[in-house]
Ligand binder design. Structure first.
Ligand code: TYD
Length: 202
């Protein structure tokens, strides 16, 4: 069986980090995330998330996310896949299209093209969107907020809508899972779709 590449997507507080970890354990995959899962990426993540950074132009933000992704793909994702390991990433291109595209207002097709260039055209075999009502997701956030978490409700609504529209229209395979359920139930649903869509045994 050849190695598969799966991305988990969703807004903040949707539980995707927990689900990415559980799925990776279930299929013995390399678990990784964006932004920031390389040495250079950690510095980019700090710049991108720290409230100290202040205002970033939307294009600057998109380029920094794409730079992090290029490094992540080159240093982590491609080597793991080449070694025959499955890879589960917590966020990928979908996040840029939803946040920098739908959220910040950049043309989604341009953001997609930027990521296509940054990754050398590496798309996930499956993207799993954990859909959670924005009010519930907001209630799960802590008091300390990063640059994205401190954006208002309208921004997060646009991001959520952006994700739903990507799941419905993207040329690559996406699946939407109701994330507003207990962790175990969501994890079971994720395993079912992965097993069915990618013919993985677990
Ligand atoms: P993450 O650490 O996954 O935050 P959380 O655990 O809250 O989901 O991601 C950090 C933030 O970066 C998150 O608010 C979404 C944002 N982001 C983008 O705006 N564009 C991107 O391409 C990526 C990967 C993340």
């Amino acid at each position: 069986m050849s190695a598969v590449f799966i991305a988990l997507e969703g807004g903040e507080g949707c539980g995707k980090s927990t689900q990415a970890r559980l799925l990776a354990a279930a299929i013995d995959a390399v678990a990784t995330f964006e932004p920031g899962d390389t040495p250079a990426g950690r510095r980019l993540r700090d710049l991108l998330l720290s409230p100290d950074t202040g205002a970033l132009d939307a294009r600057t933000e998109a380029l920094l996310m794409a730079a992090d992704r290029a490094q992540h793909v080159a240093e982590v994702v491609r080597p793991a896949l080449a070694a025959g390991r499955h890879v589960v990433t917590d966020r990928y291109v979908g996040s840029s299209m939803a946040y920098q595209g739908a959220g910040r207002g950049l043309p989604v097709a341009e953001v997609r093209a930027l990521s296509a260039w940054a990754t050398g055209g590496l798309w996930p075999d499956l993207t799993v969107l954990l859909d959670v009502p924005t009010a519930l997701a907001a209630a799960r956030l802590g008091v300390e907020r990063d640059r994205f978490e401190s954006e208002g409700d309208h921004f997060h609504e646009r991001v959520a809508e952006g994700f739903r529209s990507l799941a419905a229209t993207a040329p690559e395979p996406w699946v939407v899972i109701d994330g507003a359920r207990p962790v175990d139930e969501v994890a079971a649903s994720v395993r079912v779709v992965v097993r069915e869509r990618l013919q993985l045994t677990m």
